[in-house]
Design a binder for this molecule. Sequence first.
Ligand code: NAD
Length: 411
Amino acid sequence: MKLLDETRDLIKECTMELGLPETVYDLLHDPRKMLCANIPVRMDNGKIKTFRGYKAQHNNALGPYKGGIRFHPDVTFDEVKALSMWMSLKCAVIGVPFGGGKGGVVVAPETLSKGELERLARNYIRATADILGPRVDIPAPDVGTNPQVMGWMVDEYNNIVGKHEPGVITGKPIPLGGSEGRLQATSRGIAYVVQEACKVKGYDFNGLKIVIQGFGNVGGNSALLLHEMGATIIGVSDVYGGLYDPNGLNIPEIMEYLKEHKTIADYPKAEKISNQELLALECDCLIPAAMENQLTAENAPNIKAKMIIEAANGPTTKDAEKIIIDKGILLCPDVLANAGGVAVSYFEWVQNNYYYAWTEEEVNKRLKEKMVKAFYSVYNFGTERNIPLRKAAYMLAVKRISDAMSLKGWF
Ligand code: NAD
């Protein structure tokens, strides 16, 4: 997979520029542990169907492995590996005591009944339980999974170990030990990053014209929060198509429309555009919040945004990034911009460990502190050295992980 190779290349570049021994790259270029499982599920028709599942544990020098479980038909082992690497980097950048992990199942969850989805979630946990634990590996939701799926998963884990272990999974429903503010955490973190990026670039956040690709948990909530905070969302899309209004879209109404129609593409009160047209819109800020590989060498020359905040993981290819940087666009990388989710997952884990229940205000305040601190540590490191922010974030993260590995005597 191209993104996996590109991640490895950048990690190698960083280790060399940081003057770290080659062993550091050897330790980081692949996950420490990988698991591939054939997961049987009894379907509603009584027949057994098997699903391919993966788990990657990249690095745990800074703490237990942490990362979401993705249910999507295009999941591959390489994708799960790359995502686990990004989690290691993300946890180091945002400063939470976790390493990087990830899980995935090759499945289109919308094709399953509720019962089938529950049995798949439970059986994924049975297949991986040996390498999970609140001090070992702590999954969370990702694309195609949600708090309900986490609820089944934590219950299955508790059944296996015979005790109550809410800290084994984050992103749980609130009655099961989930944290206030977790559902919107990634999006809230994005919004804080947009605000800080405006400050350093001297743009007015009020009325900032924003385009968002993807209208799921991250994209939809980012649109809503940014709209509520005073920005103007002029373009949004989902997999079926995009919407445009140069005067600003009514995001709360589009959220309501989505609940009823399962897609925003046919919302009647806006101009319909394709996803490619959306990416090329004249705007101040573009937020890719859908999937990997959306900004490519083919469409990057058409981008007119002044800044790009990566809400999705890996939305920009290496070739596209070069074009974007050359155009003078500020590109805020995924490992920084979307780290709000894992920051609040960390808060959830802390609350589970100590039986605390913080208010949403408390969670949001702590999230803002973490995001703002991480933003300036990456931004200042990058501007002082005149390097792109992705490279700055990777260098900071690799150094932190390398220091931890060295102190543990791994090299
Ligand atoms: P989701 O499944 O809730 O939403 C994905 C959205 O993208 C949907 O609206 C879908 O229609 C749209 N989409 C999919 N393919 C598309 C395409 N080719 N063109 C345009 N739109 C497309 O997923 P999510 O949880 O919102 O995650 C989105 C991204 O954010 C992923 O890269 C994920 O890894 C990343 N992320 C999520 C979290 C989290 O807390 N959920 C945290 C960090 C990063």
